[in-house]
Write a protein that binds this ligand. Sequence first.
Ligand SMILES: Nc1ncnc2c1ncn2[C@@H]1O[C@H](COP(=O)(O)OP(=O)(O)OP(=O)(O)O)[C@@H](O)[C@H]1O
Length: 338
Amino acid sequence: MALKFLSHFSNDIGIDLGTANTLVYLKDRGIVLREPSVVALDSTTRKVRAVGSDAKRMLGRTPGNITAIRPMKDGVIADFDVTEAMLRYFIRKVNSNSFRVSPRVVIAIPSGITEVEKRAVKDSAVHAGARDVITIPEPMAAAIGVGLPIDEPAANMIVDIGGGTTEIAIISLSGIVFSKSIRVAGDEIDAAIVNYMKRAYNLLIGERTAEEIKMRLGSAYPLDEELTMEVKGRDSVAGLPKTIHITSQEIREALSDTMAAIVDAVRAALERCPPELSADLVDRGFVLAGGGALIRGIDRLLSEKTGLPVTIAEDPLSAVANGTGAVLSDLSWVLQHS
Ligand SMILES: Nc1ncnc2c1ncn2[C@@H]1O[C@H](COP(=O)(O)OP(=O)(O)OP(=O)(O)O)[C@@H](O)[C@H]1O
């Protein structure tokens, strides 16, 4: 009876602690929070001034007394204290009803992080009010979230192109057979756009503008109808505000090195795949998840370079969070791996 009572009021939480975005999944309700992993701090007192979207709006626009930072940049925890403050803020935001029991939390973390960092994430969640904390590698959560039959004795391959890292994993019988993580993903693409603008037009732009260009024009493969866009920034020579027009062709050219790095990593993973599983992939192909899967034509490029069928997840930005939600509902994956 007591157990039934507890499960009825269960407020278990799944968290995709991403370098670009944090998503929170509430058991029985689905994704209830989706915010950028950004924190604005008072530069002198280090007090948190804003978290999430409010803080992201401040990136590159802060006066001297405020710093907006991304505590998880590059797929590792660059700042433990700030990551903890951010996690606490998000957990409290979705778990505001103080009459509820402390939540059990499943957190998806980049597969490249160290044991020490993993411990730090767990501790942060406990400090933030969690009862039990279970961590799960991001690509495993993504594979579960997109509905791959990971428990079958067959190859399930996922390529998750996030903000800080691209994670590639081949999974069979609910275990990771091979995984590879490279620090080339959305942030590197944004940086390539910033560099291109400077080189080609002497135009200085911030990372938010670069991200907007990527979303509106970014492509990995020639488009049926090429696109154009107006971009504003500061002329690096004259020092004054300036407006230019750019095309999707030139942005594709600017992104070619980063795309090549992602293609190389996927090919390297395929070369390490055991032969029986390679044979499975010929028909099953692989699934793209993460925000980077939304770059136009990236599926076509990867399919052409690997000779395999490539599918884009239905909702690539939610794949990892949905995976944590599935783990919350069926803890058998955890039992097998704890
Ligand atoms: N429509 C789009 N086109 C291209 N890129 C996009 C689009 N939407 C989002 N992105 C990019 O996807 C990235 C964020 O993806 P996602 O939320 O999956 O990453 P994350 O999980 O936070 O990062 P990581 O997996 O490295 O921890 C950002 O770089 C963002 O700019």
